[in-house]
Design a protein around this ligand. Structure first.
Ligand SMILES: [Fe+2]
Ligand SMILES: [Fe+2]
Length: 320
């Protein structure tokens, strides 16, 4: 599935003068999560045990994700020669233990699993497009361009599989919405927060709230309106709604307005109105409220309780 390789990256164009240390921190965290992709691919092969066609695609998908992690890790080590990716990944694996061995989807059906995967690929594709547009360092820009294109292909793979499975496992709009909201709420769980901790902290004890805030503050700063609008359209498509409808456009505008207002970002005027500290607090409040609302709605839509907290190792949250 990979259309590019590690060796295709123009590493010799690396420009240290254009490295943003705040971006380096979130790139390190992303490298850990991506590099763990093959474990999730194995889980998908268990869930789709009698579908060799999808298993083959899932394995190639996992290889893509591992390549993303390896490439981001190498860039991070150029930006920060003290970064020890192997040690950071060992810390990540020691503290974060999703249940990759289960042979059924936590989303209640294979179609539900594909909805959740579409949500994840929506998030990753928009994130790498946003990162591509935000960074100045040329090598990272090229890496993000390649990864974003991969994530779009991943979304298409899972969306096509969703359509295929809806025939045998029909799940209605509300069930799909429940899965989507539940998966969105899980963005507040341990995976990214613990990856941020494992990648950037060697002395401090893990604190989910602090690490989630530290990650989100840096990651959300790279988004601009087109990225958010694009993400909402992909979300609509995963839910079986018209992506080019007025409703989708309105939802995209609303999502951007809420993000910009509460993060205190997006326009110079907004940045001037709120102190960075106040803006951070408001943004954190919004993301917490949104996660709670998503969990509540997902529960009301009678989804199985996924993303539930379980004491596992250091990090604790199981998430698939
Ligand atoms: Fe990826
Ligand atoms: Fe992906």
């Amino acid at each position: 599935m990979a259309r590019w390789t590690f060796d295709d990256i123009p590493w010799n164009r690396f420009d240290r003068s254009k490295v943003d240390v705040e971006i380096v921190r979130i790139v390190k965290a992303a490298a850990l999560v991506e590099f763990n992709g093959d474990a999730y691919a194995r889980h998908l092969c268990l869930v789709f045990h009698d579908d060799p066609v999808f298993q083959s695609s899932a394995k190639r998908w996992g290889e893509d994700e591992v390549q993303h992690g390896r490439t981001l890790a190498h860039w991070a080590s150029l930006a920060d020669p003290d970064f020890d990716f192997a040690a950071a990944f060992a810390r990540f694996q020691a503290g974060f233990h999703p249940d990759f061995d289960r042979d059924s989807s936590r989303r209640g059906s294979r179609a539900g699993e594909m909805v959740a995967r579409c949500i994840v690929e929506t998030g990753t594709s928009c994130y790498y497009f946003a990162l591509h547009d935000a960074v100045e360092e040329p090598v990272l820009k090229e890496i993000c361009r390649n990864i974003a294109a991969d994530e779009v292909r991943h979304y298409k793979l899972f969306h096509q599989t969703l359509i295929r499975y809806l025939g045998a496992e029909p799940i209605g709009f509300l069930r799909r919405l429940g899965v989507a909201l539940g998966r969105l709420a899980e963005s507040q769980d341990d995976e990214l927060a613990y990856a941020y901790h494992a990648a950037n902290e060697t002395v401090l004890p893990y604190d989910r709230r602090r690490c989630a805030r530290a990650y989100a503050r840096r990651a959300f700063a790279v988004y601009r309106k087109p990225h958010v609008v694009r993400g909402v359209k992909m979300l609509f498509r995963a839910l079986g709604l018209a992506a080019n409808s007025r409703l989708a456009r309105a939802a995209g505008h609303l999502a951007w307005a809420v993000l910009r207002h509460c993060a205190g970002r997006g326009t110079h005027a907004a940045a001037c109105r709120h102190s960075p500290r106040k803006a951070r607090a408001r943004f954190q409040l919004l993301t917490n409220l949104a996660a709670c609302l998503c969990r509540l709605l997902a529960h009301r839509l009678q989804q199985p309780r996924f993303g539930s907290r379980r004491a596992v190792g250091v990090a604790g949250t199981k998430r698939l």
